[in-house]
Design a protein around this ligand. Structure first.
Ligand SMILES: Cc1cc2nc3c(=O)[nH]c(=O)nc-3n(C[C@H](O)[C@H](O)[C@H](O)COP(=O)(O)O)c2cc1C
Length: 375
Protein backbone atom coordinates (compact mmCIF):
# COMPACT_ATOMS: atom_id res chain seq x y z
CA UNK A 1 0.00 0.00 0.00
CA UNK A 2 2.66 2.48 1.17
CA UNK A 3 4.83 1.53 -1.75
CA UNK A 4 2.18 2.20 -4.35
CA UNK A 5 1.49 5.63 -2.85
CA UNK A 6 5.21 6.36 -3.05
CA UNK A 7 5.33 5.14 -6.64
CA UNK A 8 2.37 7.33 -7.46
CA UNK A 9 4.03 10.35 -5.89
CA UNK A 10 7.17 9.61 -7.81
CA UNK A 11 5.20 9.63 -11.06
CA UNK A 12 3.41 12.83 -10.08
CA UNK A 13 6.78 14.44 -9.74
CA UNK A 14 7.77 13.39 -13.25
CA UNK A 15 5.04 15.41 -14.95
CA UNK A 16 6.12 18.32 -12.82
CA UNK A 17 9.83 18.03 -13.58
CA UNK A 18 11.65 20.56 -15.80
CA UNK A 19 12.35 19.89 -19.44
CA UNK A 20 14.52 21.77 -21.90
CA UNK A 21 12.66 22.15 -25.18
CA UNK A 22 15.30 23.61 -27.50
CA UNK A 23 16.01 27.08 -26.15
CA UNK A 24 12.97 27.04 -23.88
CA UNK A 25 13.51 26.03 -20.28
CA UNK A 26 10.19 24.54 -19.30
CA UNK A 27 9.56 24.17 -15.58
CA UNK A 28 7.05 21.34 -16.01
CA UNK A 29 5.71 19.05 -18.72
CA UNK A 30 2.08 20.09 -18.92
CA UNK A 31 1.14 21.84 -22.16
CA UNK A 32 -2.06 23.74 -22.81
CA UNK A 33 -2.97 22.66 -26.37
CA UNK A 34 -4.87 24.75 -28.92
CA UNK A 35 -8.56 25.18 -28.18
CA UNK A 36 -10.89 27.18 -30.39
CA UNK A 37 -13.17 29.37 -28.27
CA UNK A 38 -14.81 31.63 -30.91
CA UNK A 39 -14.67 34.82 -28.87
CA UNK A 40 -12.54 36.92 -31.23
CA UNK A 41 -15.16 39.24 -32.65
CA UNK A 42 -14.66 39.77 -36.39
CA UNK A 43 -11.46 37.70 -36.23
CA UNK A 44 -9.78 40.25 -33.93
CA UNK A 45 -8.31 38.82 -30.69
CA UNK A 46 -10.01 40.52 -27.73
CA UNK A 47 -8.78 41.81 -24.35
CA UNK A 48 -10.65 39.00 -22.56
CA UNK A 49 -8.24 36.54 -24.19
CA UNK A 50 -5.38 38.19 -22.27
CA UNK A 51 -7.09 37.28 -19.01
CA UNK A 52 -7.99 33.77 -20.22
CA UNK A 53 -4.45 32.88 -21.31
CA UNK A 54 -2.73 34.59 -18.38
CA UNK A 55 -4.97 32.65 -15.97
CA UNK A 56 -3.54 29.47 -17.49
CA UNK A 57 0.06 30.70 -17.71
CA UNK A 58 2.73 29.45 -15.30
CA UNK A 59 6.38 30.35 -14.99
CA UNK A 60 8.11 28.14 -17.54
CA UNK A 61 4.85 26.58 -18.78
CA UNK A 62 3.91 26.22 -22.46
CA UNK A 63 0.63 27.44 -23.92
CA UNK A 64 -0.41 26.99 -27.54
CA UNK A 65 -3.14 29.36 -28.67
CA UNK A 66 -6.43 28.42 -30.24
CA UNK A 67 -6.23 27.86 -34.00
CA UNK A 68 -5.53 31.24 -35.62
CA UNK A 69 -6.38 31.86 -39.23
CA UNK A 70 -3.66 32.83 -41.71
CA UNK A 71 -5.89 34.51 -44.32
CA UNK A 72 -9.49 35.55 -44.95
CA UNK A 73 -10.02 32.46 -47.07
CA UNK A 74 -8.67 30.30 -44.25
CA UNK A 75 -11.78 30.89 -42.14
CA UNK A 76 -14.59 28.44 -41.52
CA UNK A 77 -16.01 29.34 -38.11
CA UNK A 78 -17.49 32.41 -36.48
CA UNK A 79 -15.20 34.71 -34.46
CA UNK A 80 -11.99 32.74 -34.63
CA UNK A 81 -8.87 34.93 -34.36
CA UNK A 82 -6.70 35.78 -37.33
CA UNK A 83 -3.08 36.82 -37.80
CA UNK A 84 -3.05 38.18 -41.33
CA UNK A 85 -3.68 41.89 -40.63
CA UNK A 86 -1.82 44.63 -38.77
CA UNK A 87 -4.85 45.12 -36.52
CA UNK A 88 -4.81 41.45 -35.52
CA UNK A 89 -1.08 41.53 -34.81
CA UNK A 90 -1.55 44.58 -32.58
CA UNK A 91 -4.46 42.89 -30.80
CA UNK A 92 -2.36 39.80 -30.05
CA UNK A 93 0.43 41.83 -28.41
CA UNK A 94 -1.22 42.45 -25.01
CA UNK A 95 -2.29 38.78 -24.89
CA UNK A 96 1.25 37.56 -25.48
CA UNK A 97 2.55 40.15 -22.99
CA UNK A 98 0.13 38.92 -20.32
CA UNK A 99 1.48 35.37 -20.63
CA UNK A 100 5.09 36.57 -20.65
CA UNK A 101 4.42 38.69 -17.57
CA UNK A 102 3.79 35.45 -15.70
CA UNK A 103 6.96 33.88 -17.09
CA UNK A 104 5.08 31.61 -19.49
CA UNK A 105 5.78 30.73 -23.12
CA UNK A 106 3.15 31.06 -25.83
CA UNK A 107 3.07 29.67 -29.36
CA UNK A 108 0.47 30.61 -31.96
CA UNK A 109 -1.30 27.78 -33.78
CA UNK A 110 -1.58 28.87 -37.42
CA UNK A 111 -4.51 27.49 -39.39
CA UNK A 112 -6.26 27.26 -42.72
CA UNK A 113 -9.51 25.29 -42.69
CA UNK A 114 -9.49 24.44 -46.41
CA UNK A 115 -12.81 22.86 -47.38
CA UNK A 116 -14.22 22.98 -43.82
CA UNK A 117 -15.84 26.27 -44.76
CA UNK A 118 -18.77 27.84 -46.58
CA UNK A 119 -19.20 30.57 -49.18
CA UNK A 120 -20.23 33.02 -46.46
CA UNK A 121 -16.80 32.91 -44.82
CA UNK A 122 -14.98 33.33 -48.12
CA UNK A 123 -13.94 36.62 -49.73
CA UNK A 124 -16.48 37.50 -52.45
CA UNK A 125 -18.43 34.34 -51.65
CA UNK A 126 -15.94 32.25 -53.57
CA UNK A 127 -15.52 28.49 -53.13
CA UNK A 128 -13.30 27.33 -50.26
CA UNK A 129 -10.03 25.75 -51.40
CA UNK A 130 -8.83 22.20 -50.84
CA UNK A 131 -6.83 19.31 -52.27
CA UNK A 132 -10.06 18.09 -53.81
CA UNK A 133 -13.32 19.39 -55.24
CA UNK A 134 -15.31 16.86 -53.21
CA UNK A 135 -17.54 18.51 -50.65
CA UNK A 136 -17.21 17.67 -46.96
CA UNK A 137 -20.43 15.96 -45.94
CA UNK A 138 -22.51 17.58 -43.18
CA UNK A 139 -20.97 16.96 -39.75
CA UNK A 140 -22.86 16.28 -36.55
CA UNK A 141 -21.95 18.84 -33.91
CA UNK A 142 -21.55 18.23 -30.20
CA UNK A 143 -23.73 21.09 -29.01
CA UNK A 144 -26.15 21.69 -31.85
CA UNK A 145 -29.23 19.93 -33.17
CA UNK A 146 -28.34 20.70 -36.77
CA UNK A 147 -25.37 19.22 -38.60
CA UNK A 148 -22.77 21.73 -39.83
CA UNK A 149 -22.94 22.11 -43.61
CA UNK A 150 -20.10 22.98 -45.98
CA UNK A 151 -19.85 24.46 -49.46
CA UNK A 152 -18.31 22.56 -52.37
CA UNK A 153 -14.58 23.39 -52.49
CA UNK A 154 -12.38 24.26 -55.44
CA UNK A 155 -9.36 22.06 -56.00
CA UNK A 156 -6.21 24.20 -55.74
CA UNK A 157 -4.24 24.35 -58.97
CA UNK A 158 -0.64 23.18 -58.69
CA UNK A 159 0.65 26.66 -59.52
CA UNK A 160 -1.41 28.22 -56.70
CA UNK A 161 0.19 26.18 -53.94
CA UNK A 162 3.25 28.44 -53.46
CA UNK A 163 0.88 31.36 -52.68
CA UNK A 164 -0.71 29.40 -49.85
CA UNK A 165 2.69 28.29 -48.55
CA UNK A 166 3.62 31.95 -48.51
CA UNK A 167 0.51 32.82 -46.47
CA UNK A 168 1.73 30.45 -43.76
CA UNK A 169 5.15 32.11 -43.94
CA UNK A 170 3.66 35.58 -43.55
CA UNK A 171 1.45 34.45 -40.68
CA UNK A 172 4.54 33.12 -38.89
CA UNK A 173 6.32 36.41 -39.49
CA UNK A 174 3.30 38.24 -38.05
CA UNK A 175 3.33 35.94 -35.02
CA UNK A 176 6.93 36.96 -34.36
CA UNK A 177 5.94 40.61 -34.74
CA UNK A 178 3.19 40.04 -32.14
CA UNK A 179 5.82 38.69 -29.74
CA UNK A 180 4.95 34.98 -29.79
CA UNK A 181 7.72 32.57 -28.79
CA UNK A 182 6.99 30.42 -31.82
CA UNK A 183 4.26 28.94 -34.00
CA UNK A 184 2.57 25.60 -34.21
CA UNK A 185 1.47 24.71 -37.72
CA UNK A 186 -1.97 23.09 -37.63
CA UNK A 187 -1.59 19.90 -39.64
CA UNK A 188 -4.31 17.98 -37.80
CA UNK A 189 -8.05 17.29 -37.66
CA UNK A 190 -9.01 17.37 -41.32
CA UNK A 191 -8.10 21.00 -42.09
CA UNK A 192 -6.19 22.16 -45.15
CA UNK A 193 -2.83 20.45 -44.61
CA UNK A 194 -4.51 17.25 -43.47
CA UNK A 195 -6.75 17.41 -46.56
CA UNK A 196 -3.57 16.97 -48.58
CA UNK A 197 -1.91 14.35 -46.37
CA UNK A 198 -4.85 11.93 -46.02
CA UNK A 199 -5.74 9.59 -48.86
CA UNK A 200 -9.46 9.49 -47.99
CA UNK A 201 -9.60 13.12 -49.13
CA UNK A 202 -6.70 13.84 -51.48
CA UNK A 203 -7.62 12.67 -54.98
CA UNK A 204 -5.03 14.67 -56.91
CA UNK A 205 -2.92 13.43 -59.76
CA UNK A 206 -0.19 16.11 -59.67
CA UNK A 207 2.95 16.07 -57.49
CA UNK A 208 0.77 16.87 -54.45
CA UNK A 209 -1.34 13.71 -54.70
CA UNK A 210 -1.05 9.97 -55.03
CA UNK A 211 1.97 8.59 -53.17
CA UNK A 212 2.54 9.25 -49.47
CA UNK A 213 5.51 11.44 -50.35
CA UNK A 214 3.40 13.49 -52.73
CA UNK A 215 0.53 13.91 -50.27
CA UNK A 216 2.91 15.11 -47.55
CA UNK A 217 4.73 17.52 -49.87
CA UNK A 218 2.49 20.54 -49.20
CA UNK A 219 2.69 20.24 -45.40
CA UNK A 220 6.46 19.83 -45.56
CA UNK A 221 6.80 22.84 -47.86
CA UNK A 222 4.84 24.86 -45.32
CA UNK A 223 7.08 23.62 -42.49
CA UNK A 224 10.20 24.52 -44.45
CA UNK A 225 8.91 27.96 -45.40
CA UNK A 226 7.90 28.77 -41.83
CA UNK A 227 11.17 27.41 -40.43
CA UNK A 228 13.24 29.46 -42.87
CA UNK A 229 11.23 32.56 -41.97
CA UNK A 230 11.40 32.41 -38.16
CA UNK A 231 13.95 29.67 -37.40
CA UNK A 232 13.28 25.94 -37.02
CA UNK A 233 13.88 26.29 -33.28
CA UNK A 234 10.59 28.19 -33.01
CA UNK A 235 8.42 25.85 -35.05
CA UNK A 236 6.16 22.97 -34.07
CA UNK A 237 3.76 20.88 -36.14
CA UNK A 238 0.54 19.27 -34.96
CA UNK A 239 -0.58 16.05 -36.61
CA UNK A 240 -3.43 13.59 -36.08
CA UNK A 241 -2.59 10.68 -38.42
CA UNK A 242 -5.19 8.37 -36.85
CA UNK A 243 -8.05 10.84 -36.56
CA UNK A 244 -11.09 10.68 -38.76
CA UNK A 245 -12.38 14.09 -37.74
CA UNK A 246 -13.98 15.94 -40.69
CA UNK A 247 -13.72 12.68 -42.66
CA UNK A 248 -9.93 12.88 -42.62
CA UNK A 249 -9.17 9.16 -42.54
CA UNK A 250 -6.14 7.52 -44.09
CA UNK A 251 -5.57 3.94 -45.22
CA UNK A 252 -2.16 3.73 -43.48
CA UNK A 253 -1.89 6.27 -40.65
CA UNK A 254 1.16 4.58 -39.14
CA UNK A 255 3.16 4.95 -42.35
CA UNK A 256 1.97 8.55 -42.64
CA UNK A 257 2.98 9.38 -39.07
CA UNK A 258 6.40 7.79 -39.39
CA UNK A 259 7.09 9.40 -42.77
CA UNK A 260 6.22 12.83 -41.38
CA UNK A 261 8.30 12.30 -38.21
CA UNK A 262 11.33 11.30 -40.28
CA UNK A 263 10.88 14.14 -42.77
CA UNK A 264 10.57 16.67 -39.93
CA UNK A 265 13.99 15.57 -38.67
CA UNK A 266 15.46 16.97 -41.88
CA UNK A 267 13.87 20.36 -41.15
CA UNK A 268 15.07 20.21 -37.53
CA UNK A 269 11.91 21.73 -36.11
CA UNK A 270 11.45 22.17 -32.38
CA UNK A 271 8.55 19.86 -31.70
CA UNK A 272 6.02 17.45 -33.06
CA UNK A 273 2.63 17.46 -31.36
CA UNK A 274 0.63 14.32 -32.05
CA UNK A 275 -2.94 13.43 -31.23
CA UNK A 276 -3.41 9.95 -29.78
CA UNK A 277 -5.01 7.25 -31.98
CA UNK A 278 -7.76 6.88 -29.36
CA UNK A 279 -9.05 10.35 -30.34
CA UNK A 280 -10.61 9.29 -33.64
CA UNK A 281 -13.15 12.06 -33.38
CA UNK A 282 -12.78 15.40 -31.66
CA UNK A 283 -13.45 14.47 -28.06
CA UNK A 284 -14.57 10.88 -27.61
CA UNK A 285 -11.94 8.39 -26.59
CA UNK A 286 -11.98 4.99 -28.29
CA UNK A 287 -10.27 1.72 -27.38
CA UNK A 288 -7.38 1.07 -29.72
CA UNK A 289 -4.24 -1.02 -29.96
CA UNK A 290 -2.51 1.60 -32.09
CA UNK A 291 0.15 3.78 -30.50
CA UNK A 292 2.31 6.83 -31.21
CA UNK A 293 5.44 5.01 -30.10
CA UNK A 294 6.84 4.48 -33.63
CA UNK A 295 6.55 8.24 -34.31
CA UNK A 296 7.99 9.08 -30.91
CA UNK A 297 10.97 6.87 -31.72
CA UNK A 298 11.38 8.28 -35.23
CA UNK A 299 11.24 11.98 -34.29
CA UNK A 300 14.42 13.54 -32.91
CA UNK A 301 12.96 16.76 -31.47
CA UNK A 302 10.56 17.30 -28.60
CA UNK A 303 7.49 15.07 -28.69
CA UNK A 304 4.14 16.20 -27.30
CA UNK A 305 1.19 13.84 -26.97
CA UNK A 306 -2.44 14.91 -26.68
CA UNK A 307 -5.82 13.35 -26.29
CA UNK A 308 -7.68 11.92 -23.32
CA UNK A 309 -4.86 12.30 -20.79
CA UNK A 310 -5.33 12.63 -17.05
CA UNK A 311 -2.64 13.04 -14.43
CA UNK A 312 -1.80 9.37 -13.90
CA UNK A 313 -1.93 8.53 -17.55
CA UNK A 314 0.26 11.53 -18.40
CA UNK A 315 2.80 10.68 -15.72
CA UNK A 316 2.96 7.15 -16.99
CA UNK A 317 3.61 8.34 -20.55
CA UNK A 318 6.55 10.43 -19.34
CA UNK A 319 7.78 7.68 -17.02
CA UNK A 320 7.80 5.19 -19.89
CA UNK A 321 9.53 7.71 -22.15
CA UNK A 322 6.64 7.63 -24.60
CA UNK A 323 6.72 11.42 -24.71
CA UNK A 324 8.53 14.49 -23.43
CA UNK A 325 5.47 16.65 -22.79
CA UNK A 326 1.76 15.99 -22.32
CA UNK A 327 -1.07 18.25 -23.48
CA UNK A 328 -4.18 18.55 -21.33
CA UNK A 329 -6.95 20.26 -23.28
CA UNK A 330 -10.27 20.10 -21.54
CA UNK A 331 -8.60 19.84 -18.13
CA UNK A 332 -6.80 23.16 -18.73
CA UNK A 333 -9.98 24.70 -20.09
CA UNK A 334 -11.83 24.12 -16.83
CA UNK A 335 -8.86 24.25 -14.42
CA UNK A 336 -6.83 27.40 -14.97
CA UNK A 337 -4.39 26.31 -12.23
CA UNK A 338 -4.02 22.73 -13.47
CA UNK A 339 -0.29 22.26 -12.64
CA UNK A 340 -0.96 23.43 -9.08
CA UNK A 341 -3.91 21.05 -8.76
CA UNK A 342 -1.77 18.16 -9.96
CA UNK A 343 0.93 19.13 -7.48
CA UNK A 344 -1.33 19.17 -4.44
CA UNK A 345 -3.59 16.40 -5.70
CA UNK A 346 -6.61 18.71 -5.63
CA UNK A 347 -9.96 17.78 -7.18
CA UNK A 348 -10.58 18.98 -10.74
CA UNK A 349 -13.44 21.09 -12.07
CA UNK A 350 -15.40 19.43 -14.86
CA UNK A 351 -15.60 21.24 -18.20
CA UNK A 352 -18.94 22.33 -19.59
CA UNK A 353 -19.25 21.58 -23.31
CA UNK A 354 -22.22 23.90 -23.71
CA UNK A 355 -20.06 26.94 -23.00
CA UNK A 356 -16.96 26.06 -25.04
CA UNK A 357 -17.77 28.50 -27.77
CA UNK A 358 -20.36 30.76 -26.21
CA UNK A 359 -20.05 34.28 -27.64
CA UNK A 360 -19.41 35.78 -24.21
CA UNK A 361 -16.23 37.37 -22.81
CA UNK A 362 -16.54 35.61 -19.45
CA UNK A 363 -18.96 32.71 -19.21
CA UNK A 364 -17.32 29.30 -19.57
CA UNK A 365 -14.09 31.12 -20.36
CA UNK A 366 -12.51 33.14 -17.56
CA UNK A 367 -14.94 32.16 -14.80
CA UNK A 368 -13.62 28.67 -13.99
CA UNK A 369 -12.47 28.72 -10.34
CA UNK A 370 -8.94 28.67 -8.97
CA UNK A 371 -8.12 26.50 -5.98
CA UNK A 372 -8.21 29.48 -3.61
CA UNK A 373 -11.77 30.22 -4.73
CA UNK A 374 -13.01 26.73 -4.01
CA UNK A 375 -11.19 26.25 -0.70
C1 LIG B 1 -13.26 23.39 -27.21
C2 LIG B 1 -12.14 22.72 -27.96
C3 LIG B 1 -11.54 23.38 -29.00
C4 LIG B 1 -10.48 22.80 -29.70
N1 LIG B 1 -9.85 23.52 -30.69
C5 LIG B 1 -8.72 23.03 -31.25
C6 LIG B 1 -7.95 23.84 -32.14
O1 LIG B 1 -8.25 25.02 -32.36
N2 LIG B 1 -6.86 23.28 -32.70
C7 LIG B 1 -6.47 21.99 -32.44
O2 LIG B 1 -5.46 21.53 -32.99
N3 LIG B 1 -7.17 21.23 -31.59
C8 LIG B 1 -8.26 21.72 -30.97
N4 LIG B 1 -8.93 20.96 -30.04
C9 LIG B 1 -8.38 19.65 -29.63
C10 LIG B 1 -7.53 19.79 -28.36
O3 LIG B 1 -6.34 20.51 -28.62
C11 LIG B 1 -7.16 18.40 -27.78
O4 LIG B 1 -6.37 17.70 -28.71
C12 LIG B 1 -8.41 17.61 -27.44
O5 LIG B 1 -9.24 18.36 -26.59
C13 LIG B 1 -8.07 16.30 -26.76
O6 LIG B 1 -7.32 16.51 -25.58
P1 LIG B 1 -8.00 16.44 -24.12
O7 LIG B 1 -8.57 15.05 -24.00
O8 LIG B 1 -6.86 16.68 -23.18
O9 LIG B 1 -9.05 17.48 -24.04
C14 LIG B 1 -10.02 21.50 -29.35
C15 LIG B 1 -10.65 20.83 -28.30
C16 LIG B 1 -11.68 21.42 -27.59
C17 LIG B 1 -12.30 20.68 -26.43
Amino acid sequence: MGESVDAQQQETMLLLTPYKMGNFNLSHRLVMPPMTRQRSWNNIPQPHAALYYSQRATKGGLIITEATVISEAGRGYQDTPGIWSKEQVEAWKPIVDAVHAKGGFIFCQIWHVGRASTYEYQPNGQAPISSTSNVLKPQLQANADEAAKFSPPRRLRTDEIPQIVNQYRLAARNAMEAGFDGVEIHGAHGYLLDQFMKDHINDRTDQYGGSLQNRCRFALEVVEAVASEIGADRVGLRLSPYADYLDSGDSDPTALGIYMAESLNKCGILYCHMVEPRMKLAEESFETTESLLPMRKAFKGTFIVAGGYDKDDGNKAVAENRTDLVAFGRLFLSNPDLPKRFEVNAPLTKHNRNTYCLPDPVVGYTDYPFLEDTA
